[in-house]
Design a protein. Sequence first.
Length: 269
Amino acid sequence: MIINSENYFSKQANWDFMSNSQFKCFLECEAKAMANINEEWVYETSDAMLQGKYVHAWNENKLEQFIKNSPNMFKKDGNLFTKFEICNTVIETIEKDNLFMNALAGQKEVVFTAEMFGTPWKILIDSYFPDKKRFGDLKVLKSIDDKFWNKEERRYMNVFEKYGYLTQVAVYAEIERLANKRDDHYEPFLVVVTKEKYPDKAIISFNSNQETYTEFIQKQLSIVEYHMPGILAVKSGKEKPQRCEKCDYCRSNKKLTGTIHYSHFDNNY
């Protein structure tokens, strides 16, 4: 199957190719990931997702078509519902910042595919600069400074780690490199804007005096590689997908088999 921007999100593409979003879903809940691939479970489109899609459509020069396909975001008079008005504020904030606009000025929606860790992968780059050996991904967030408690590791994670953006950057860098048969990685960055009343914005790099972006990519890829054998065993049908019993999919079809001692919930803190 040849992947392009038109069939990128199709059922066949999701069966034939691994993607960063699919990888993240498997880590969260294997049962939900398989149900989604089989189109037995469709993710509900939240207001936050619609807000992000609106801004992405603007960046891709597809806002007019997006508006036609999203009537639920608009009042009868054609104006956005109040909860979606922030989208235009975000866009205005971006347009006023030259550095931000320059970071988004690359080739739009560039698709690459390559085999990695025993399976084909697909990626879709938001802003691609082959002449500068760089690429960027646009993120529309609630806040840049949010912190999230990781109970397994007993520490707080930042928003980029929480939502899997670190592994995404590495996967994109490696697939782009493999697809173009090069030895070196292009430098990745994230272009971030928030949906706050007065939007914050930043361009996030992965290069520092302590760690080059190449070292960062390799470290994140080792995390992906570690999980892939188990994921592929489930996706191929060799192993039964495990249920997390916490996500919306698992709650929707959960069957009780007995009682749970109250102390079980102590582990949630």
